[in-house]
Design a protein around this ligand. Structure first.
Ligand SMILES: [Zn+2]
Ligand SMILES: [Zn+2]
Length: 287
């Protein structure tokens, strides 16, 4: 029975997603999911960080926050409506831009999401995963690819230390446009430091299927990092990172094959008890 703890972005609440949030849930139920964690993007609070599609629609940061508030509201309604069929969590994917830790904490207090997916999509305020141009801009700014990878992992480390997300989103997203880049000692030291920190926080590491859609050969994190993670005692979960109903469970067969090859036969789901406390539940990898 599949699970996902990153995704459920929908056209209702995210301008780079499509479709309805309720259809995402219905699709998950149809596919026999037992747990589905919704993790809409945290709103960005400054106009300069709006994405082109948001500019085109004339969005303002205030509107993004309003959409997020509506997402939490509908998420809670769906959580209740479908509680017999699916364990739904209503979460938030972090946006770390510069040092906006106060903002992340502010949204957590105001909207009380069930859990956080800790993601880094910006380095030095550049949205490096938006397109290869942005990634190259960052390489020019910092000097080379190694410096970009190091800066990414340094930002991620701060996020783990300060915010302690329950789920780590696409741990090595930074390799999106440089999948063949060989990881130097300096980068590996940072990877090990970050893994150790998130493990100490008792976070789950998402095996992210969206990497396949982006034409990578392996999910995030790549197998060398996954092996280190397992050696250090880390726990993994799954995420389809869906941005429309048709993407629920997309490329999960490839993820299951990958996990089998890596010798991983079980993953962890997050569950909420009656008091709203989260706990980990071990579930077998469906084959
Ligand atoms: Zn997204
Ligand atoms: Zn993400």
């Amino acid at each position: 029975m599949p699970i996902s703890f990153h995704g459920g972005h929908s056209g209702n609440y995210c301008d780079h997603a499509e479709g309805k949030l309720e259809d995402v849930i219905c699709q998950a139920i149809e596919q026999g999911f037992t747990h589905y964690g919704l993790s809409e993007h945290m709103p960005r609070t400054q106009s300069e960080y709006l994405y082109p599609e948001e500019y085109k629609r004339g969005r303002s940061p205030e509107q993004l926050e309003h959409m997020f508030a509506m997402y939490i509201r509908e998420g809670r309604q769906l959580q209740y409506k479908y509680k017999e069929q699916l364990h739904i969590l209503v979460g938030m994917e972090t946006e770390l831009i510069g040092n906006n830790f106060d903002e992340i904490e502010y949204f957590c207090h105001k909207y009380t999401p069930d859990y956080l997916v800790g993601s880094v999509h910006y380095v030095h305020r550049i949205p490096f995963d938006y397109g290869e141009n942005e990634f190259e801009k960052l390489e020019r700014l910092l000097g080379d690819t190694e410096a970009v990878f190091c800066a990414y992992y340094d930002a991620q480390f701060e996020l783990f230390q300060r915010i302690r997300p329950q789920v780590v989103g696409h741990f090595d997203l930074i390799r999106l446009f440089r999948p063949q880049f060989s990881l130097s000692k300096k980068i590996w030291e940072r990877i090990e430091r970050n893994l150790t920190c998130a493990i100490a926080n008792d976070a789950l590491f998402e095996i992210n299927a969206r990497a396949f859609k982006k034409k990578l050969d392996e999910p995030y994190p790549q197998h060398e990092i996954l092996q280190l993670l397992v050696t250090l005692g880390g726990k993994v979960t799954l995420g389809d990172d869906s941005h429309r109903p048709e993407e629920v469970g997309l490329n999960y067969e490839k993820v299951f094959q990958f996990l089998e090859k890596q010798g991983i036969s079980s993953v962890y789901a997050l569950e909420r008890d009656g008091q709203g406390h989260l706990f980990h539940k071990q579930v077998p990898v469906p084959c």
